[in-house]
Design a binder for this molecule. Structure first.
Ligand SMILES: Cc1cc2nc3c(=O)[nH]c(=O)nc-3n(C[C@H](O)[C@H](O)[C@H](O)COP(=O)(O)O)c2cc1C
Length: 170
């Protein structure tokens, strides 16, 4: 069933609890393909992804930082990388791609959550993920994305209204 993009945007939530069932490879492929349509500075497309299915490696990723614990039960983790030689705006570029990935995941009935690896001023978290997955040093590591079929229904949240979001109209 085709769903309206605004409906997908409005109903997406961060999902941190997942059913044990491993999502079909085709669904994961669709999420990555969606990510690759993201806008990027000078169309540099500096992103790459690591698909992590190995349970032991996922366990190690769940120790990236204090708020990574939820990854432990994810059937799959996608790690979003950015080649910093390809774009001055690698962080924004890769963030756009990650957002599209999460939206596509939601539209396919999957649930996902961004887990911050990149942190300004330190490379400690990146070094951890780099070590666990053997990622070459040209790649910055933006996020671990936990993915699976949702096993939770987050409470509704309040978002800024149009009026609250507009600082001024000039
Ligand atoms: C840049 C960024 C970093 C985030 N890092 C984490 C994280 O490390 N751990 C986590 O559980 N959630 C993380 N999140 C998810 C946010 O907590 C979540 O998006 C926020 O609470 C709003 O909830 P919603 O996604 O359901 O709308 C991150 C989200 C973003 C955009």
């Amino acid at each position: 069933m085709q769903r309206d993009i605004f409906e997908i945007i409005k109903t997406r939530r961060s999902i941190r609890r997942y059913k044990k069932e491993i999502p079909d490879e085709r669904l994961i492929k669709r999420c990555i393909e969606a990510a690759c349509y993201a806008p990027s500075s000078k169309d540099s497309q500096p992103w790459s992804f690591v698909l992590v299915k190995d349970i032991e490696k996922i366990k190690e990723l769940s120790k990236t930082q204090p708020y990574s614990r939820f990854l432990e039960n994810a059937p799959i983790v996608i790690v979003a990388l950015a080649d910093e030689n390809k774009s001055t705006h690698w962080l924004e570029d890769c963030s756009c791609a990650t957002m599209l990935l999460l939206l596509e995941a939601h539209s396919l009935g999957l649930g996902g959550c961004w887990n911050a690896v990149y942190l300004p001023g330190t490379r400690e978290r990146e070094d951890h993920v780099r070590r666990v997955l053997g990622i070459p040093k040209d790649y910055r590591i933006i996020a671990n994305i936990g993915l699976g079929f949702p096993d939770e229904k987050p409470l509704s949240k309040k978002v800024k209204s149009f009026k609250e979001a507009i600082l001024k109209v000039v």
